[in-house]
Design a protein around this ligand. Structure first.
Ligand code: GP9
Ligand code: MN
Length: 618
């Protein structure tokens, strides 16, 4: 039958083969998938077949002409999916999900860097299509219809391969679908196309969550958060009572730049000094996902995990939230955000209302001139100076979040603003990054002077926090070089997710600065700040812990299910020693944390997808 089948269905067989090879080619060259062993390699190699054979097989039911059209069309669409994912991956080290498509106008970094990300090799991916078209023209159709028996055998083979694939995956990654927070694990096992199908199904399912949710769902979650509560440290509770809070979100600022030199010069001379008069958290991890800055804002405001797909700012802006801002309002604070960008970016204008933010000073509130602009807009120094001018007039006490912008990909600034030379490495992105971080650092120095000058410094708490990574995993080798490392591993990828958190309380932290090295994350900021301001968080439904509490167990969950404790880093199915990066062999001792990580993520998802906080009036 085989020979006979091939003779009749050579066009189908070629189509499957070409698409299989192309998919594998992109797996290997377009994505940086971490392969731990030969079995994972084998799964990756065969997984495209589990999808392509049955889907392309649909063409067996058509007449030959339609069949060829179908196969060529499918090849074209799947090639488009591969290329789009590969370009997206080049920037975000992630795969496209449906919500991301709906916030396409926000895939900001991509627009300005398309040239950098587009690889001429993509053209090669269309060669087979040309060949198929030529073959289709040259070799006339035979007009023979495929027998039902042959189709049956074909689908039995397809089913067998898919089953084999799943069995290997289940062996390699038990409970694959339970631990489905990690997109890379999914793609490695079931393949890129089923991943998109699954994403589509789960997005549809999530839409129904709100309608079926009720109060009982929340009760279980509240039990969890209540029993997980860490009571404040007596000596710290209320030390900043009544002060203004000036929270500066530092765009793309990672912790590795702190105390780091390039060509003998510090990248952040100001912050390095400022840290010596502050509480500085040097093991503080960012927990954002596809929503980047908006995710970091979401986490700080709610102490909930962001969504696995897309930005909550877009997908769940009609939910009810018990945000930090709402709690502050009850405590007579006035809240505002300063950000010199269009108010619609990340759907901020809508989401800020849901979060209860009193005022949003968007780009229209700033004087933006061409010589004071770069890359994404108004330069940080000017932005911060103008913000101080506006903050001066706010009713006190106030909580203001200032979101910087100059240190944003593609990290370009005018030569006159370059206070240090670019770095020299293979990565042009990293080379430029150090100059924009240096510029931001200088702007912050100036900002503090302005605050002092305008009488806003003494009565305030200043918080500086990096929002998410700026240098993606794709440039990790170059970062390793900068840090003097000979090689980098997935352990380093996680350690590079650290962003600076600096809390500066004039009159207090300058007298008794501290470096706090316990593992902490963005989710912990809300209870930490509220307790410093003397506002209790007992009974609140959120997942963070006061970082000064003596009861807190250091533990941070990343959105993809990876986690970090003071002893371990768990990523890519591997357990590392947090301090040394050495691989640990036993996974047993971490099963408690692994379960807890998954439980927290899924409880947080239930809150967001079911809009559960609407059932709890506090
Ligand atoms: C856009 C700014 C940058 O307003 O916050 O967003 P990002 O691309 O970093 O998410
Ligand atoms: Mn950002």
């Amino acid at each position: 039958m085989k020979e006979h089948f091939f003779k009749k269905q050579w066009f189908l067989c070629f189509s499957v083969f070409f698409m299989w090879m192309k998919t594998y080619f992109i797996y290997k060259l377009g994505f940086h998938l971490q392969m731990n062993n030969g079995l994972e390699e084998l799964i990756l190699f065969i997984n495209p077949l589990s999808f392509l054979i049955p889907v392309f097989g649909i063409s067996l039911f058509f007449r030959e002409k339609t069949q060829r059209l179908f196969l060529i069309g499918a090849n074209f669409i799947l090639t488009g999916i591969l290329i789009s994912n590969s370009i997206f991956y080049g920037f975000y080290i992630d795969f496209i999900t449906i919500p991301v498509l709906f916030q396409a106008k926000n895939i900001g970094g991509l627009g300005s860097s398309f040239q950098e990300l587009f690889n001429p090799l993509y053209i090669v991916l269309f060669l087979d299509l040309g060949l198929l078209l030529w073959l289709s023209k040259t070799f006339k159709r035979t007009g023979v219809k495929q027998s039902a028996k042959a189709i049956k055998i074909y689908y039995t083979v397809a089913f067998g391969i898919a089953l084999f694939n799943l069995a290997l995956s289940e062996f390699e990654q038990p409970k694959l679908l339970t631990y489905s927070f990690d997109r890379e694990i999914l793609v490695k096992n079931i393949g890129i196309y089923p991943f998109h199908l699954l994403d589509g199904i789960s997005q549809t399912f999530l839409l129904t969550q709100k309608a079926v949710a009720d109060e009982d769902n929340l009760a279980t979650i509240k039990n969890y958060t209540d029993s997980d509560y860490s009571k404040p440290n007596k000596d710290m509770f209320g030390i900043a009572k009544g002060r203004n809070v000036i929270f500066v979100t530092l765009e793309s600022t990672q912790n590795f730049v702190i105390h780091q030199k390039v060509n003998g010069k510090e990248i952040t001379p100001f912050l390095n000094r400022f840290i010596k008069q502050s509480y500085y958290f040097d093991h503080f991890y960012q927990q954002t996902e596809q929503g980047k800055t908006s995710d970091s804002e979401f986490i700080i405001a709610n102490s909930l995990y962001p969504s696995l797909s897309g930005s909550v700012f877009f997908t769940k802006s009609d939910n009810q939230y018990h945000s930090l801002y709402k709690t502050l309002a009850k405590n007579h604070y006035n809240s505002s955000v300063f950000h010199a960008n269009n108010k619609k970016f990340w759907n901020r204008d809508v989401m800020y209302k849901a979060l209860g933010i009193d005022r949003f000073f968007d780009v229209t509130h700033f004087k933006v001139t061409a010589d004071q602009s770069t890359g994404w807009g108004l330069k940080d120094r000017e932005f911060l100076t103008q913000s101080v001018e506006m903050m001066k007039h706010l009713p006190k006490p106030f909580y203001s979040n200032l979101i910087t912008l100059t240190n944003h990909f593609p990290f370009q600034i005018d030569d006159k603003d370059k206070l240090i030379d670019e770095y020299h490495s293979e990565s042009k992105v990293l080379n430029r990054y150090v100059t924009t971080v240096r510029y931001q650092d200088e702007s912050l120095k100036h900002f503090i002077e302005e605050l002092k000058h305008n009488g806003l410094y003494d009565d305030s708490v200043l918080v500086f926090m990096g929002d998410h990574y700026g240098i993606s995993e794709a440039h990790q080798e170059a970062v390793g070089q900068l840090l003097g490392k000979t090689e980098t591993t997935p352990y380093d990828t996680i350690q590079l997710q650290r962003v600076p958190l600096i809390i500066h309380i004039p009159g207090i932290t300058d007298k008794k600065p501290r470096i706090i090295s316990e593992t902490s994350g963005q989710i912990d900021v809300k209870p930490t700040l509220l307790h410093l301001l003397g506002i209790e968080t007992k009974g609140m439904i959120h997942f963070g812990h006061d970082l000064f509490s003596e009861e807190r167990k250091p533990f941070v969950v990343l959105r993809n299910g990876n986690f970090i404790t003071d002893d371990y880093i768990y990523t890519k199915n591997t357990l590392y020693n947090q301090k040394t990066g050495a691989i640990k062999n036993t996974n047993n001792e971490i099963s408690y944390w692994r379960e807890k990580a998954n439980e927290e993520l899924s409880l947080s998802d239930q809150i967001i997808n079911g809009d559960l906080l609407r059932f709890y009036q506090k």
